[in-house]
Design a protein. Structure first.
Length: 513
C-alpha cells in the first residue's frame, strides 16, 4: 500500500470534508468506481467537488499541528518566496516559515507534518480528487456546457498540481530532463493501489502539458461563464500555460499564451490597475485580478493565514517576525514609482534589516478577512515581455514592459537590449532581460514564489547582511550560489516510501544537502 492513499483519499467519497458547507455527494464512491470500472456522475453534483478543491486552496488543518504555516497555496508560495534573495524575515518570531527562509526544513521528512510532507500531501490531495472527475469524462451526465466546464477545471487543477510538485521535488526541466521527479497518477486510487515509481522530469512535464491542453480544449468548448474568480476559466488556463512555458523555455509558447491570456482576460473586463486601485492585495474584485479566492468572515483562518504572517499592523506574526524587501531591490525603483508605497524604508522597526512590507494587508482586522490572489494580469505582461526579449524582439519587449511599468512610474523609459544574465542574480549585465526580471521581482514580490524563477533561470544568488538579511540567513557560499544546488529541492516524505515496493529511500530520495 502506498502512503499517499492514506492521506489523499478525501477524494469525492469524502467531499464533505473539502466543501465543508455542501451536502452534495457524488453518486459513485471510489471503491464502487474501481469495482465497476466506470464513474457515472452528474455535472451538477461534480461542481460541488470542484468547489471543494478550490476551497482546499485556502483552508488549513490538512496536517495536524502545522496549521499556522499550512493554509493552502498562498502558504506554499510564501515559503518559496522566502527561499529566494529578495524577501527578508527579520526575526524568527514563533518560528513559522523561518526555517524555510534558512533552508532548514528537510529534517521534517519523517513527520506527517512540515514542509516535505505538507506540500506533497497538498498537491496529491488535489490530484486524487481531480482523478475521480477526469475518469468520468465519458460518462458524466448533464448539459454538455456544464460537463466541459467541470472537466476543464479538473484537468487544469491536476496539471497545475503536477507543475507545482515538479518545482518542489526536482530540479528544473531544462538540463535535468532525465532526472527523477514525482510519481504520476491519472486514475482513481484506493488504499489498496500499489504505489508507483518516480517518473522523469520530462515525463511529468509531458503530463502537465497534456492536462493543460485538455483543459484548454474543454473550456474552449463551453460558453458558460465562470461561477466566480475562484474558478479557472480559459484566460486563467492560458495564464498557467504561459507560466509553464517559461519553465520549459518554450518562448514562442510563452508569448502565445501570455498574449491569449491578456486578450481573454481583457474581454472579461480585467485590466492593469494602478497601485492605488488594489491596495493591500486583498480583494479579488479588483480590476486586475484574474484568479483568486474570496474569503468571507466565517471561512477566515485567523492566525493561520497569509495576512497574519505579512501584515504587522494586526500585531500577530507579521509584527513579531517582520517581512521586508531587500534594500537593493527597493532601490531599483524610480523615485516616482508608485510601488514604493508597498514598503516603508522609514519604519521604526526596520532595524538593521530591510524595509517593512506594506503591500499585503487584511481588508478587515476585526473579522480577519483578506482575499487570496493567485494571478494578476500584470504577470502576463511581464511574461509577454520576457518571451519577446528571448526571441530577439527588443523593440516590442521594450514596449510591452513600458506599457506596464508606466502605470507605476510615468517617467519610466527602457532602451536596453539583449538577454544576457549573470551567473548570480546580483551580477549585472545591463541587458533588457535583466531589466524585465528586476521589474518582475518588484511587481510580484511576496506573491509568486521567487525561488521558482531562480531555478528556471539557472542562476545562483547570495544574501548579505548589508542588504538587510539577518546574519543567520545570509548566504554567500556555494549552497545558494551554485545554480545546480539541491538546497531548494525538497526531500520526499518518508511516508511515501513506506509500503511502496516501487520506491527505495536509499536510491530514490533527493539529496539532503
Amino acid at each position: 500500500m502506498k502512503a499517499i492513499f492514506k492521506y489523499t483519499l478525501m477524494s469525492l467519497l469524502g467531499i464533505v470534508l473539502l466543501t465543508a458547507c455542501s451536502e452534495d455527494r457524488l453518486e459513485t464512491s471510489p471503491s464502487t468506481a474501481v469495482a465497476t470500472g466506470e464513474i457515472a456522475v452528474s455535472s451538477s453534483k461534480a461542481i460541488a467537488a470542484i468547489d471543494g478543491m478550490y476551497r482546499f486552496l485556502y483552508v488549513t488543518g490538512y496536517t495536524s499541528g502545522w496549521e499556522h504555516e499550512e493554509f493552502g497555496l498562498s502558504a506554499i508560495n510564501l515559503a518559496a518566496d522566502l527561499m529566494g534573495e529578495d524577501h527578508i524575515m527579520a526575526k524568527s518570531g514563533s518560528g513559522w516559515f523561518y526555517y524555510d527562509y534558512l533552508f532548514d526544513v528537510k529534517g521534517d521528512f519523517t513527520h506527517n507534518q512540515g514542509r516535505p510532507y505538507g506540500v506533497w500531501n497538498f498537491f496529491y490531495t488535489l490530484i486524487s480528487n481531480a482523478n475521480y472527475l477526469t475518469a468520468a469524462e465519458e460518462t458524466m451526465e448533464g448539459d454538455p456546457e456544464d460537463v466541459n466546464y467541470v472537466l476543464g477545471q479538473a484537468f487544469a487543477i491536476r496539471g497545475f498540481s503536477y507543475f507545482m510538485l515538479a518545482q518542489w521535488y526536482a530540479r528544473t526541466l531544462v538540463g535535468h530532463e532525465n532526472e527523477p521527479c514525482v510519481p504520476i497518477y491519472t486514475e482513481p486510487t484506493t488504499k489498496e493501489t500499489q504505489g508507483k515509481a518516480r517518473e522523469t522530469v520530462a515525463k511529468v512535464y509531458e503530463q502537465i502539458d497534456a492536462d493543460m491542453s485538455k483543459a484548454e480544449e474543454l473550456l474552449s468548448a463551453t460558453s458558460r461563464a465562470r461561477d466566480s474568480k475562484s474558478h479557472l476559466g480559459l484566460a486563467e488556463v492560458y495564464g498557467l500555460r504561459a507560466r509553464i512555458a517559461l519553465v520549459e523555455e518554450k518562448w514562442n509558447d510563452a508569448l502565445n499564451y501570455a498574449t491569449k491570456a491578456i486578450s481573454a482576460a481583457s474581454a472579461e473586463g480585467v485590466e492593469v490597475a494602478s497601485v492605488s486601485q488594489f491596495a493591500g492585495l486583498n480583494n479579488v474584485a479588483a480590476a486586475n485580478v484574474m484568479w483568486g479566492m474570496k474569503i468571507i468572515s466565517d471561512q477566515a483562518t485567523m492566525y493561520a493565514s497569509f495576512f497574519s504572517h505579512l501584515d504587522a499592523d494586526q500585531g500577530k506574526y507579521g509584527a513579531s517576525a517582520r517581512q521586508q524587501i531587500t534594500k537593493s531591490l527597493y532601490n531599483k525603483m524610480g523615485e516616482k514609482d508608485a510601488r514604493r508605497a508597498w514598503w516603508n524604508p522609514n519604519d521604526a522597526n526596520n532595524g538593521d534589516n530591510g524595509y517593512q512590507q506594506e503591500k499585503f494587508k487584511f481588508s478587515n482586522y476585526q473579522t480577519w478577512e483578506g482575499d487570496y490572489i493567485f494571478m494578476r494580469i500584470e504577470e502576463m505582461y511581464l511574461i509577454k515581455a520576457e518571451a519577446e526579449c528571448r526571441l530577439g524582439d527588443n523593440v516590442t519587449a521594450q514596449q510591452t514592459l513600458s506599457t506596464l511599468i508606466k502605470t507605476r512610474d510615468k517617467d519610466y523609459e527602457c532602451t536596453k537590449t539583449g538577454y544576457d544574465l549573470g551567473a548570480l542574480t546580483s551580477d549585472k549585465t545591463n541587458s533588457l532581460l535583466e531589466e524585465i526580471l528586476y521589474q518582475r521581482r518588484i511587481e510580484l514580490w511576496g506573491e509568486f514564489g521567487r525561488i521558482y524563477d531562480i531555478r528556471r533561470l539557472h542562476q545562483g544568488f547570495v544574501r548579505t547582511t548589508d542588504d538587510g538579511h539577518p546574519s543567520a540567513a545570509a548566504r554567500s557560499n556555494e549552497d545558494t550560489s551554485d545554480p545546480e544546488s539541491y538546497k531548494w529541492v525538497m526531500v520526499i516524505p518518508q511516508s511515501e516510501f513506506d509500503g511502496n515496493a516501487n520506491m527505495d529511500p536509499s536510491t530514490d530520495q533527493n539529496p539532503f544537502d
